[in-house]
Design a protein around this ligand. Structure first.
Ligand code: FE2
Ligand code: FE2
Length: 264
């Protein structure tokens, strides 16, 4: 059976402006690219920090199939129970088992099963368990359960992201990097057939400093004094990648960057 599919992966949604940017563009993108699956990183959607059940529900209602998270997962206490209850929202699989939530899920459309895995880097990040071993464990758990697998690699260090890309090449459909909020220019299909990009970027205000009002970020950096950050509302863009999953399971045909200003 033909297992090809079009997957849109959306980089970290920052604040209400990022949410409106995505939900405003999604109907057009769905039609234009005949999207089968939409996966979005939502770790910054609640005013830059974390996510609430209400915001997650809005993303699901707007057409997002799976929400991935990262180091900001637990900023909003009200999400804890939701993370245990709702299958399609993921925190990194290599967090401690005692922490709320789970790290992978499977969604289906048109006879194609897409597994999604959330992972956190260990370098300069606070994930409680080792990245590479837990990536293996997640793939083992998904064996036979999914036709395609997309991994959200949420990490600070580009070296660690490139490393996991090579480690998983030929074993998953796509490895897409998140967290640094700045898109990288290295999207490609690796020799083993895995679509890869070091960072997808963010969906939010390009006129700030990775989502924060630029005057506040600059003040904090220049004075070395604590500043209460607010999200910027200047120049919202969608940063995403479009992946064409191959007819053959666990392989990709193409990966293409989508960097688009918000619909006006
Ligand atoms: Fe983020
Ligand atoms: Fe992050």
């Amino acid at each position: 059976m033909n297992k090809s599919a079009k997957i849109l992966f959306v980089g970290d949604i920052v604040g209400g402006l990022g949410k409106r940017t995505l939900l405003g563009l999604l109907p057009t993108l769905r039609e234009r690219f005949a999207l089968d699956f939409v996966v979005a990183n939502g770790e910054n959607i609640a005013g830059g920090m974390g996510i609430t059940p209400k915001l997650a529900d809005q993303l699901f209602a707007g057409g997002v199939d799976v929400i991935t998270l990262g180091n900001h997962t637990y900023r909003q206490r009200e999400i804890y129970a939701y993370l245990d209850e709702r299958r399609e929202i993921l925190r990194p699989a290599n967090f401690l088992r005692s922490q709320p939530g789970h790290g992978w899920c499977v969604v289906g459309r048109g006879g194609v099963r897409l597994g999604v895995v959330s992972l956190s880097g260990n370098l300069f990040m606070d994930a409680g368990r080792p990245l590479f071993a837990e990536a293996d464990a997640a793939l083992h758990a998904l064996k036979g359960e999914a036709d395609h697998v997309l991994v959200d690699m949420h990490a600070e260090a580009t070296s660690e992201k490139v490393g996991i890309g090579w480690y998983l090449d030929g074993r998953v459909t796509a490895v897409v990097g998140t967290h640094t909020h700045v898109p990288t220019a290295d999207a490609r299909v690796l020799p083993g057939g895995t679509a890869y990009v070091t960072d997808v970027g963010m969906t939010g205000p390009r006129g700030g400093v990775i989502g924060v009002k630029r005057e506040l970020a600059i003040e904090a950096m220049s004075t070395k004094m604590p500043i209460r950050f607010e999200t910027s509302n200047v120049d919202p863009w969608l940063n995403a990648v479009l992946i064409t999953a191959s007819a053959q399971p666990l392989r990709a045909e193409t990966i293409e960057q989508l960097l688009l200003p918000a619909a006006t």
